[in-house]
Design a protein around this ligand. Structure first.
Ligand SMILES: NC(=O)c1ccc[n+]([C@@H]2O[C@H](COP(=O)([O-])OP(=O)(O)OC[C@H]3O[C@@H](n4cnc5c(N)ncnc54)[C@H](OP(=O)(O)O)[C@@H]3O)[C@@H](O)[C@H]2O)c1
Length: 274
């Protein structure tokens, strides 16, 4: 089966990608290789994950053509001043051993560097041919608006935490208004969703696991999902979400799991922008 894609700002982004945070060394290279052999066509990495070298190794070991794979990387918060941004981007490409990435993101906005400077640097990376597409991550509604105002090239995604325990309707609506896709990170809430009794019950009606229900829910909400696993059986499980459909009642029941304290990624070090 061809991998479904989400089209945004001219980019064709495979609807599921492999997350690689906290997966390093041989384990990372093997997970990327196995995922691509199984049919994944989208890998999510970042300068901050310390595994770009191994992501590149896994890509080459898989034997899958470079052009058939969508590779995302991100510039970390400490490198958002323009000169640093360019240096970090080039270092990522050296580690990946690629001339360009499919998507380059600002990993996390910084209150110390004016966004106008970072957006200028991001757009120049596309112009220079280091990134085929560009986007943002962890941008709140006011920052999405500002980024859209400042961008001189299309932004294609905002990568944010999103799973059944977190109501992201406001940033998602802001992204939609601007034609920006949403990439859901921590889409199984770092494992919590996979053990959820209600998701498991819904899954039983479709012969699917709770983890698959969580991922399917997000895909039906229009998101791109990037679950992480280094276990081969889970790589397959997480990918097999395109052969069933949750009905409106099931979608509503899952939306009700949202909880104001539902975040699994720590935002305490970040200023609150909204
Ligand atoms: N932009 C950002 O700031 C940002 C922040 C966080 C994450 N991300 C990206 O998003 C990716 C995914 O998020 P995440 O890693 O935070 O969390 P996640 O994908 O929601 O959860 C990963 C955890 O769930 C387990 N798991 C995976 N599939 C499972 C399944 N089918 N059943 C049961 N358990 C399962 C994994 O364990 P095993 O490995 O043992 O299977 C792992 O412990 C990251 O890897 C990263 O690429 C981006």
């Amino acid at each position: 089966m061809d991998m479904p894609v989400v089209i945004s700002g001219g980019a064709r982004i495979p609807a599921i990608g492999l997350g690689t945070w906290d997966v390093r060394g041989r384990t990372c290279a093997r997970a990327v290789e196995q995922a691509l052999r199984l049919g994944y066509r989208h890998i999510d990495t970042a300068e901050m994950y310390g595994n770009e070298r191994e992501v590149g190794e896994g890509l080459r070991a898989s034997g899958v053509r470079r052009d058939a794979v969508f590779i995302t990387t991100k510039v970390w918060q400490d490198h958002l001043a323009p000169a640093e941004f360019e240096r970090a981007t080039k270092e990522s490409l050296v580690k990946l051993r690629l001339p360009d990435v499919d998507l380059l993101l600002i990993h996390w906005p910084s209150p110390r560097i004016p966004l106008v400077e970072t957006m200028g640097a991001l757009c120049r990376m596309k112009q220079a041919g280091f990134a085929r597409n560009i986007g943002i991550s962890n941008f709140t509604v006011p920052l999405i608006e500002e980024a859209m105002r400042l961008a001189t090239a299309p932004l294609v995604t905002n990568q944010i935490e999103w799973h059944p325990y977190l109501d992201q309707s406001k940033p998602v609506a802001a992204c939609r208004r601007h034609g920006l896709s949403v990439t859901a990170y921590s889409p199984i809430a770092r494992g919590r969703a996979a053990g959820d009794a209600q998701l498991r019950l819904i899954g039983m009606h479709h012969r699917k696991t709770a983890g698959q229900v969580s991922l399917r829910f997000l895909v039906q909400e229009g998101a791109i999902v990037i679950p992480r696993t280094s276990k081969i059986e889970r790589l397959e499980e997480n990918m097999n979400i395109f052969d069933f459909e949750l009905n409106a009642d099931e979608m509503d029941a899952i939306r009700k799991l949202a909880d104001p304290r539902g975040r699994v990624v720590d935002w305490s070090g970040s200023p609150s922008w909204d």
